[in-house]
Design a protein around this ligand. Structure first.
Ligand code: GDP
Ligand code: MG
Length: 299
């Protein structure tokens, strides 16, 4: 299966939901008028694009219809698709190595699983990757990460439960410097309910990185459960208020029809989606490609 076919398969529930709803609306109208736009706006909201994204999209569509004098309902779909793409499109920055990626998010969001998948992605690109088990809050966390390190075939730095997470990161940096590795991916504990602890912990890890590894590019990715809908948005705001977030990994899109949510994130939070998770296997993570994503949703 190609990347795009996998994406389509993984997003099949969302794709069915959005495509069907939009087609139903479009086929009910013979004229391009305000009623059609209102129905479309409602549909986008129903497809989990969120109110502000849906309103913004329809506003753009309205101006475009005027500007290009669109009279044909079939042309509306094409225009809508292009507008949705504009909403999620972002300029991909060039990556530099060595690099260190901090993975944050609440428990159960899919952090550890996503780390295994990301390690696999970079390993396939020929990068020398190492994992750091800085979720020392629960013993099971580093065991689970070890399983993913084995699956991806990459080394891991881990200590027992209750150890200082920043010390784990320190050791990982040390090992990467002496082995000339390219990338460290750090698993962290997801204690959102204790904001002070979370901030202290992530702050301490960040300071270790800044002090010991200033030459490395630092990226913080927030993992969100794609099935959580508006609640995920709430979590994202909380995290973004606590730490600087560079990008989002949206997981479990295979299990939901609410994947339209992906389109709302950038408009709502101003943070781009970097990866999407479409299954539990090591290959089930994709670099988010705005064009492929929109193409996979609306045909
Ligand atoms: P963490 O607590 O944030 O580290 O979350 P985990 O990585 O332990 O994942 C929690 C659960 O979500 C596990 O059962 C994973 O298999 C599952 N999971 C993670 N990502 C995905 C995904 O993209 N699709 C599906 N279907 N399940 C996922
Ligand atoms: Mg975990």
């Amino acid at each position: 299966m190609s990347f795009f076919e996998k994406l389509k398969a993984g997003m099949s529930k969302t794709r069915k939901n959005i495509s069907e709803k939009i087609n139903v609306v479009l086929s009910a109208f013979t004229r391009v008028d305000e009623d059609l736009l209102e129905e479309l706006e409602e549909t986008l909201i129903l497809c989990d694009l969120g109110v502000s994204t849906s309103t913004a999209a329809i506003e753009k569509l309205r101006s475009r219809i005027k500007l290009e004098r669109i009279k044909d309902v079939s042309e509306v779909k094409k225009a809508l698709k292009e507008i949705l793409l504009e909403l999620v499109d972002f300029e991909e920055k060039e990556e530099h190595f060595p690099k260190i990626i901090l993975i944050v998010g609440v428990n159960g969001a899919g952090k550890t699983t996503s780390i295994g998948k990301i390690a696999h992605v970079y390993k396939e690109q020929g990068k020398d990757v190492m994992l750091a088990a800085a979720d020392t809050f629960r013993a099971a966390a580093s065991e689970q990460l070890t399983i993913w390190a084995d699956r991806a075939g990459v080394p891991i730095v881990k200590y027992g439960e209750g150890h200082d997470p920043a010390a784990v990161v320190y050791d990982a940096i040390d090992s990467c410097k002496s082995h000339g590795r390219d990338l460290i991916i750090v698993d962290t504990a997801g204690r959102l309910h204790n904001k002070v602890n979370l901030m202290n912990e992530l702050g301490k890890i960040s300071r270790v990185i800044d002090r010991e590894y200033p030459e490395a590019e630092k990226e913080t990715l927030l993992v969100l459960d794609g099935t959580a809908g508006q609640n995920a948005l709430f979590q994202a705001r909380e995290f973004a208020n606590t730490v600087h977030v560079d990008g989002i990994i949206l997981t479990k899109l295979d299990g939901t029809a609410k994947g339209g949510f992906v389109l709302a994130i950038k408009e709502e939070l101003g943070i781009p989606v970097k990866y999407i998770g479409v299954g539990e296997g090591i290959d089930d993570l994709q670099r988010f490609d705005p064009k492929d994503f929109v193409d996979s949703l609306i045909d």
